[in-house]
Design a protein around this ligand. Structure first.
Ligand code: FES
Length: 494
């Protein structure tokens, strides 16, 4: 909701679990601003009776500023907050410039963009937090509100998941999270290292580590403009156990039991981690004008996908200890779409993030309902966390798709439809989760009555061929059979 230049954020009491929140705002014209809302420890936290707390006292504890540093674009979500005399400053994690949270002024001469925060009584008498709207657009709305990380939660979080819960081996005994030789020094080097990491748990550990280094200023270079930026692999390698059991996506999709579904979803999350790193590593160099916020958004996405993989494998381990991750066949369908979009950032964002990921928003509620009917409350809560995150991933796709369209001087809706016609096979299928798509910026005009016209090669619509090298006659025969089946499907669909 927006009103007289301010945007309604949330009831004040909902903002007491953490000390900082990430806000993503979108204007009616499709512009985005990402803000950090800082909450200092308030009088209410100090056990003062609530009837002695005034709205202005609460508002005095809240500050909002742009989430990227005006110096070189560091993510300010992990800035240190320092209070001295009557000033409160946020200290950037990269080069330690400090910015007054009221005025945005830095003693180094730069100025961060800050926003006024108000606490108002809503119709029901509850205190509600409002933030001043940015000036460069109209009809601003809040499209994402999330705590910055558990590190800043109140109370602090429990210790991280025990790896034994994931029913996976601990690879770090042999291969450390930070390689002993040539440890990565830039975000791009971390991206390529993680893409080349074949063990699923090590991929997760390295993602967590790299994002932590990046956010806390221990890694101050993105490295996408370097002439020697490393090149991402065409296909992220997989441990032998996962490659050997690679199957057709349609077969994998037919698994109906809960363990099979959790396993299949965990596999998708593994590829999704790679996709988040790949878009940074592959297009970072080709688009040197990409702002740091692009990398902040996609590192957040990589971290989310790692969290999803851990949640799903933990649930799989609890539900079905005899089928840990890696024991069932998997597919590599998502990567096929990554390969068809290697040469274009616009195509990558359209096909992976606004077709594949948006489709996830359509089907997740049905998946959650199935687990709910089975009385599996733990899996339901894990899947609900995942679904909420996936809405923000489509938002990220929409944000950067509109950015690249503005850069190229083209219309986002017609360009998206053209990219899908060129890079997708078959209909963009419904039924659509119109509400969650709309939250992410995907209005109906983007996707309704849309059909991909990509040439049929060796995959069915929305499917993908897995790179397989048949090494015996049986496999060759199977390949031929699949090829015939796909040709028949093609004829039937055309
Ligand atoms: S001080 Fe923030 S990026 Fe340099």
């Amino acid at each position: 909701m927006f009103s007289s230049g301010f945007i309604q954020i949330a009831p004040y009491t909902q903002l007491l679990t953490h000390f900082r929140y990430f806000l993503n705002l979108r204007s009616g014209e499709g512009r985005y601003h990402s803000l950090i809302l800082f909450r200092l420890s308030s009088p209410r936290d100090a056990d003062m009776p609530s009837d002695e707390i005034t709205k202005s006292q609460n508002a005095n504890q809240l500050y909002a500023m742009e989430s990227t540093c005006p110096h070189l674009g560091a993510d300010m979500s992990h800035a240190d907050i320092e209070e001295y005399e009557s000033n409160v400053v946020a200290v950037c994690p990269w080069h330690r410039y400090d910015f007054d949270l009221r005025t945005g002024q830095s003693m180094f001469g730069l100025k961060a963009c800050t926003y006024a925060v108000e606490v108002r009584a809503d119709g029901g008498g509850e205190d509600t937090v409002w933030v001043e709207a940015p000036q460069d657009g109209q009809n601003w709305r809040l499209v994402e509100l999330r705590p910055v990380s558990e590190e800043f939660s109140d109370p602090p979080p429990p210790p991280p998941l025990d790896i034994a819960q994931l029913s996976l081996s601990d690879p770090t005994k042999e291969d450390p999270v930070v390689p002993l030789e040539n440890p990565p020094r830039t975000l791009m080097q971390w991206a390529v290292l993680i893409l080349n990491t074949s063990h699923p748990t090590l991929k997760v550990e390295r993602t967590r580590h790299a994002v932590h280094l990046y956010r806390t200023g221990q890694l101050t270079s993105i490295g996408n403009r370097a002439s020697n930026a490393p090149t991402p692999p065409d296909i992220p390698p997989r441990e032998e156990i996962y490659r050997k059991s690679t199957v057709d996506p349609v077969k994998a999709g037919k698994r109906k039991n809960r363990a099979g579904m959790l396993h299949a979803l965990a596999n998708i999350e593994q590829w999704a981690i790679d996709l988040a790193w790949d878009i940074m590593a592959r297009f970072g160099s080709a688009y040197p004008d990409l702002p740091p916020a692009f990398f902040s958004d996609f590192t957040k996405m990589a971290l989310d996908e790692s969290k999803h993989f851990s949640l799903l494998t933990a649930r799989l381990g609890a539900l079905s200890p005899s089928t840990p991750y890696g024991s069932l066949p998997v597919h590599a369908g998502l990567w096929e779409s990554a390969r068809t979009t290697f040469s274009s950032l616009r195509a990558r964002l359209a096909i992976i993030h606004l077709v594949h990921e948006a489709r996830g928003l359509d089907v997740n509620p049905q998946t959650i309902a199935r687990f709910s009917r089975a009385g599996d409350a733990e899996s339901v809560s894990a899947l609900e966390v995942i679904h909420a995150d996936e809405v923000t991933h489509v938002t990220t796709g929409h944000r950067w798709f509109t950015w690249v369209c503005a850069r190229d001087g083209v219309d986002p809706v017609s360009t998206f439809r053209e990219e899908v016609r060129r890079g997708w096979r078959g209909d963009v299928k419904g039924p659509f989760n119109v509400e969650d798509r709309e939250k992410a910026g995907m209005t109906r005009e983007f996707y309704e009555d849309l059909r991909g016209e990509m040439e049929w090669e060796d995959s069915a619509p929305g499917e993908a061929a897995v790179e397989k090298k048949p090494d015996n006659k049986l496999e060759v025969a199977y390949e031929r059979l699949m090829s015939v089946k796909k040709s028949v499907l093609h004829v039937l669909q055309s």
